[in-house]
Design a protein. Structure first.
Length: 165
């Protein structure tokens, strides 16, 4: 897991570059996401663990592990909704990088270099705006203390497994 700052530009080019790096380094996955809706790095860590578990138990919704990570990280069951919340955009300037598998750290470093992004893990420390981007409502924000915001997000990540629409 890593945070980074810099202009992504063309999301398709960035995703293709990350996929190339994953192949070159032997990583199972290098997934990029817009960190505007990331409250804490733990959100991405737990999302990756749950996505891997879903694949291992043959209950993944997506055919691509990266999209499954996005579903969990966004707290959304539908892939389109997950992409709307966490998918890269041309104006993305805070990037989350999730790498899974052998040499994950090397894959992260090479991806950032390939995209001209500067590593900055504080990009994964969102606050109120990140919660709003995840769809947390004003009422929840008023009743949940700030020191429990990460727990609120992790609960949404966990609910992806139990909510059936």
């Amino acid at each position: 897991m890593a945070g980074a700052r810099g202009r992504v530009g063309d999301p398709a080019r960035a995703v293709a570059a990350a996929a190339r790096v994953a192949t070159e380094t032997g990583a199972r996955l290098v997934q990029l996401l817009d960190a505007r809706a990331v409250v804490d790095p733990e959100q991405l860590q737990v999302a990756a663990e749950r996505a891997l578990r879903a694949y291992g138990e043959d209950r993944a919704v997506s055919k691509e592990l990266g999209l499954e990570v996005l579903r969990y990280a966004s707290g959304e069951r539908q892939i389109a909704d997950a992409l709307r919340r966490l998918g890269l955009r041309a104006d993305t300037e805070r990037v989350g990088v999730v790498a899974v598998g052998p040499n994950a750290k090397g894959a992260v470093d090479r991806t950032l270099q390939a995209l001209g992004l500067a590593r900055d893990d504080t990009a994964l420390q969102g606050g109120r705006d990140a919660l709003l981007a995840l769809g947390v409502g004003a009422v929840e924000l008023r009743v949940v203390p700030e020191d429990a915001w990460v727990d609120l997000v992790l609960e949404r990540v966990a609910l992806v497994d139990v909510e059936r629409r």
